[in-house]
Design a protein around this ligand. Structure first.
Ligand code: PXP
Length: 247
């Protein structure tokens, strides 16, 4: 069964828009977690960015208490790595981070940062935390992820989402994801995916094999503004049903 991890960063984005640096305010990400889980979400994802633009340090400790399965997205930066080790999320997803980006733009360059990623991967695994690497659907990055010893890769679906509207471009991006998932499987990497997925483009992703979990944030939080968090999560789970069933 394809699992849903809801990224709740943008609940904190709304709070920070009004209550930046105040240490309190609404909406409360903890309440969002409870509603997501009540609606059937399998996991909760939060990104503690180095610039703390949305999720704050106090949030991650509260999230750890309420989330049944917590995926901490993080840069491979010493300060955040040490928070991750103390926090003990179930899994960390290591992502690239650039201060000026609106959201995580590209995948991690695992091939160019193998040594430091091996160190972080070992520290996390020694603390009982699984490790995922957020990468573009690119053979060199997948092979490097296997050498790093990560348990999971998260395939960056941003390009697929960007090119979704144009059929031949969508097919090209889908094929990249299909090949990437197949290669990852041969290297014993487990496969998640995320970024830019929404209620419209998600069904096309069913062509990609071996997916275990999708991490989806913006579209669910946006829909929640209109229909409520529980409904937004239930609707996404409905779109995800049937993945992996024989055609
Ligand atoms: N996966 C990763 C690694 C991400 O960085 C993000 C964005 O924070 C997501 C998934 C969710 O992307 P979106 O908000 O576009 O659904």
């Amino acid at each position: 069964m394809l699992k849903l991890g809801v990224n709740i960063d943008h609940v904190a984005t709304i709070r920070e828009a009004r209550y930046r640096n105040r240490g309190f305010g609404e909406p409360d990400p903890v309440m969002a977690v409870k509603l997501c889980q009540a609606a059937g979400a399998h996991g909760i994802t939060a990104h503690l960015r180095e610039d703390r633009r949305h999720i704050q340090d106090r949030d991650v400790w509260k999230l750890r208490e309420v989330a049944k399965r917590l995926n901490l997205e993080m840069a491979n930066a010493p300060e955040i790595v040490s928070i991750g080790i103390k926090l003990k999320p179930d899994i960390v997803c290591i992502v690239p981070e650039r201060r000026l980006e609106v959201t995580t733009e590209g995948g991690l360059d695992v091939a160019a940062n193998e040594k430091s990623l091996v160190e972080t991967r070992k520290k996390m695994n020694d603390a009982g935390i699984e490790v995922s690497l957020f990468i573009a659907p690119d053979a060199a990055q997948i092979e490097a992820s296997a050498r790093v010893g990560a348990q999971f890769i998260e395939l960056h679906t941003g390009q697929f989402a960007e090119h979704f509207a144009v059929e031949n471009e969508r097919k090209t991006e889908l094929q990249r994801l299909v090949s990437a998932a197949q290669l990852a499987r041969t290297l014993d990497l487990r496969v998640n995916a995320g970024h830019g997925l929404n209620y419209e483009n998600l069904a096309a992703l069913f062509a990609v094999p071996h997916l275990e979990e999708l991490n989806i944030g913006h579209s669910i939080v946006s829909r929640a503004v209109l229909v409520g968090m529980e409904n937004a999560v239930k609707e996404m789970l409905w779109v995800m049903r049937g993945y992996g069933d024989a055609p």
